[in-house]
Design a binder for this molecule. Structure first.
Ligand SMILES: [Zn+2]
Ligand SMILES: [Zn+2]
Ligand SMILES: [Zn+2]
Length: 166
């Protein structure tokens, strides 16, 4: 991630009340842990906090670097373990097209896995269309196809970057 991108990302985060997004997501995090009777691992909270700092995409390498900067050295394997746990709790999503991870800021279950990904500032919007979801499930049934992952990652430019590119 270069300087310019992180600057743009900053702007994207501050064009709305991002603190509200953070506190909502944190409440959800604690609820999920309680529901599933899971304890917080040492790296889980720092990893989540970093992901929650904006709506952008982080690579596991980025995360390991950033967390190591704040003191103790963490290895990518530890980061992957925390990410796996946060994904299972429904608080983080993996984006295979970008080879990275984002925090989930949605309410409730968020099981559709549909994303608009800005390739310029790497911000992500979840679209959560029940209509699309039903179409895919229906079509899979018609085709006798057993779905392992139904994530849809749509790449393009966000509203902000459409005006600032060129
Ligand atoms: Zn936000
Ligand atoms: Zn989500
Ligand atoms: Zn953008």
């Amino acid at each position: 991630m270069d300087k310019e991108n992180s600057f743009k990302r900053e702007q994207t985060s501050h064009s709305h009340q991002h603190n509200d997004c953070i506190s909502k997501a944190k409440t959800r995090f604690l609820e999920r842990l309680r529901e599933r009777g899971k304890a917080i691992g040492t790296n889980d909270e720092p990893v989540l906090n970093l992901l929650l700092s904006n709506h952008g995409i982080f690579s596991a390498y980025d995360i390991a670097e950033k967390i190591s900067e704040s003191g103790k050295r963490v290895r990518p394997i530890q980061i992957y373990r925390s990410l796996e746990k946060l994904i299972n709790l429904g608080l983080v999503h993996r984006l295979s097209t970008m080879n990275g991870y984002i925090a989930c800021f949605e309410d409730g279950e968020c099981a559709t896995g549909q994303f608009f990904i800005c390739t310029e500032c790497e911000s992500v919007k979840e679209i959560d269309s029940q209509l699309l979801d039903r179409e895919i499930l229906g079509s899979a049934q018609e085709n006798n196809f057993s779905i392992a992952s139904k994530n849809i990652e749509v790449l393009g430019l966000c509203g902000h970057c459409q005006h600032t590119s060129n």
